[in-house]
Design a protein around this ligand. Structure first.
Ligand code: AMP
Ligand code: ZN
Length: 116
């Protein structure tokens, strides 16, 4: 499958990893949107939030726990952070392997939508 994040999981595309276990990888975003910007992904290829099955729920929970741990490791657990998943065209999702943006390390802007 021609998926850039599967290639990061396999190691055929390089990444600056901050965490890895049997089911999850986390690495720095190449185009950071905040002082700290890490992407957390499951090793399993799931295209979007819409494709998360009941059997995947423990994995999604584990991703949240991983975000908590990475925030601690980066020293931003107390200053605060944001965990974002983009799903589908209106969100601007460009990589169709589910991923969570962990953003922090500075005061973040408002959530971006079209309304105040
Ligand atoms: P999204 O718009 O939610 O699909 O976000 C995809 C993110 O993946 C963007 O923030 C990109 O900067 C990031 N990205 C794309 N390719 C790579 C890569 N090879 N290594 C790290 N981050 C990447
Ligand atoms: Zn993939």
């Amino acid at each position: 499958m021609d998926c850039i994040f599967c290639k990061i999981v396999e190691g055929t595309i390089p990444s600056k990893k901050v965490f890895e276990n049997d089911s999850i990888v986390a690495f720095y975003d190449i185009q950071p949107s905040a002082a700290q910007h890490v992407l957390i992904i499951p090793k399993k290829h799931i295209a979007t939030m819409n494709d998360v099955a009941t059997e995947d729920l423990p994995l999604i929970g584990e991703i949240h726990q991983t975000a908590q741990q990475i925030a601690k490791d980066l020293g931003i657990a107390e200053s605060g952070y944001r965990l974002i998943n983009n799903c589908g065209p209106d969100s601007g999702q460009v990589v169709f392997h589910i991923h969570y943006h962990l953003l922090g390390g500075e005061k973040l802007g408002a959530l971006v939508g079209t309304r105040d």
